[in-house]
Design a protein. Structure first.
Length: 294
């Protein structure tokens, strides 16, 4: 008979003591054939050299945080140890935003709750149409060096379109200066690529606001206001600040030697149209710069 093993167990008819070798009920040759088929099926299932058998000498090896390994002479229960600040492992999720546990992990929901709470406590007032906004309310006279771009950071709290850039001469300004104004994109706390080059305006009078017209959509985030006098006036004085006045909304991460505040990042030797920012140096000089929302 064809064997049913290993799908099911075979059923054999055992001969009795009175059955003859030529018995029609349990033919001798058929008995040999049946047992041979069954033995072959068993051998096939086990494999040569017991290749298909998991022997007790085999084992399961584990490394932290998985535990419970060992040889297969007994049942083994694998487990994962708890995680902590000093060891990898399983951490239970929590929605808490006040827990001090070092063995649980925050869910995205708890992270968003904490973020929303923080954002609600510290917000900039949105910019609104038709208004000018200053990077800082500088009131000191500050001399701008020719062909030197001063980058002053400014945070824009909401998506708007800007249509004016403006700089301010002081009461001591005299002569004529060609002033280029623009906006740069931020890249990790430094100016990078040009967002808009507003071109130049000719400054010729003291105590005067000088403006260039642009049309630039911006999203919320940090930007750098760029100011460069490409030809300098006799007295090239604009409202700004030196080391004694810090930029109130820029939050520069460091101070200059001697503890004086940083008010801008500068690039020397800049002529012509604005391009991607080059070598930058922190400066104690900063200038009062305004943008208008369309």
């Amino acid at each position: 008979m064809a064997t049913n093993y290993p799908t099911t167990l075979d059923t054999f008819t055992n001969p009795t003591s009175t059955d003859t070798l030529d018995s029609a009920t349990v033919p001798h040759a058929a008995q040999h054939d049946n047992i041979n088929d069954a033995v072959l099926a068993v051998e096939t299932a086990l494999g040569a050299n017991l290749a298909n058998v998991v022997l007790p000498a085999r084992s399961i090896s584990t490394t932290a945080p998985l535990t419970g390994g060992g040889d297969l002479s007994a049942n083994r229960t694998l487990a994962v140890s708890a995680g902590s600040t000093s060891a990898a492992g399983v951490l239970q999720l929590t929605d808490s935003t006040s827990s001090t546990s070092t063995t649980t992990a925050a869910t995205p929901n708890s992270v968003k709750t904490a973020y929303d709470t923080g954002a609600a406590k510290f917000q900039f007032m949105p910019f609104r149409s038709g208004s000018y906004y200053l990077n800082a309310n500088f009131v000191q006279a500050q001399t701008a060096l020719v062909n030197q771009t001063y980058y002053m950071p400014m945070y824009i709290p909401n998506a708007v379109t800007l249509d004016r850039l403006q700089i301010f001469t002081t009461g001591t300004f005299s002569g004529t200066a060609s002033v280029r104004l623009g906006i740069y994109n931020d890249n990790g706390g430094v100016p990078n690529t040009v967002l808009v080059d507003g071109g130049t305006v000719s400054a010729t009078a003291a105590s005067t606001l000088y403006t260039v017209t642009i049309s630039q959509a911006v999203t919320a985030g940090w930007y750098w206001m760029a100011f460069n006098t490409q030809t300098a006036a006799t007295v090239n004085s604009f409202y700004g600040a030196n080391a004694g006045v810090a930029l109130p909304n820029a939050l520069f991460p460091k101070v200059a030697a001697g503890g004086n505040g940083i008010n801008s990042t500068i690039q020397t030797g800049v002529t012509g149209a604005f391009a991607t920012a080059g070598t930058l140096t922190d400066s104690q000089s900063g200038f009062r710069f305004a943008v208008r929302v369309a």
